[in-house]
Design a protein around this ligand. Sequence first.
Ligand code: HEM
Ligand code: HEM
Length: 179
Amino acid sequence: MATLYDSPDRYGLITRILHWGMAVLFAAQFLSAALHWALPREHPVRDFFWSYHYTLGTTLFLLVLLRGIWGLANLRRRPVHFGLIGRAAAAGHLAIYVLMVVVPTVRLVAAAGDKRGFSYLGIPIFPARETDIGWLKTVAEWHGEMGWILAFLVLGHIVMAVGWHHLIKRDGSLKRMAG
Ligand code: HEM
Ligand code: HEM
């Protein structure tokens, strides 16, 4: 039974819930982005999956802030990564964290400058305005590209966790997160 807090040999319950819960939500977010990219405008399937992109993206933004705070609070207790591959893994996790924050942030900044305004779950966050604020919107120009870089990093992360650590090296890394 996992304890709430992380420890040097395993991640705790809160970290696991955040990791696996967000993994499912990210899969849904990347699916909406992939269909947005692959299907023509006005396609009903594209519209259906796109309908939650803003709300889920904002939810993921809030969750990653929580996860970051929890990760920092547990930093000294967490499993340590040794050697060259270990340091590469830690750098990879850091890159994933940075993009998990930056990708939604730039779009939320753009929403602050959008004349249509922005609401989250019915709560008005940015009011509608008379004109767009151009420079706020330019911040989001790389949102999609950075989103795809995040998707590829996550793909590499999964291949390393399941392929390299679990199936080839059989070093128990996966169990630290999966139980
Ligand atoms: C972690 C959260 C998010 C991820 C991983 C993500 C990912 C992506 C990706 C990969 C694309 C490119 C789709 C394509 O190529 O057609 C995209 C587009 C878009 N996303 Fe997000 N997104 C996130 C959060 C948000 C949020 C919070 C908003 C709005 C408040 C938003 C609004 C948009 C819009 C308007 C586009 C189309 C224009 C563009 O490519 O910049 N996204 N998103
Ligand atoms: C099938 C999907 C996934 C598997 C099998 C998996 C596996 C793992 C494992 C085994 C660890 C512990 C690694 C270690 O201690 O060295 C880990 C940590 C981590 N994973 Fe995943 N992962 C998956 C999906 C994701 C997704 C979708 C994201 C982010 C979008 C993600 C981000 C992270 C991060 C940032 C860490 C560092 C620990 C933390 O702060 O949560 N993972 N993952």
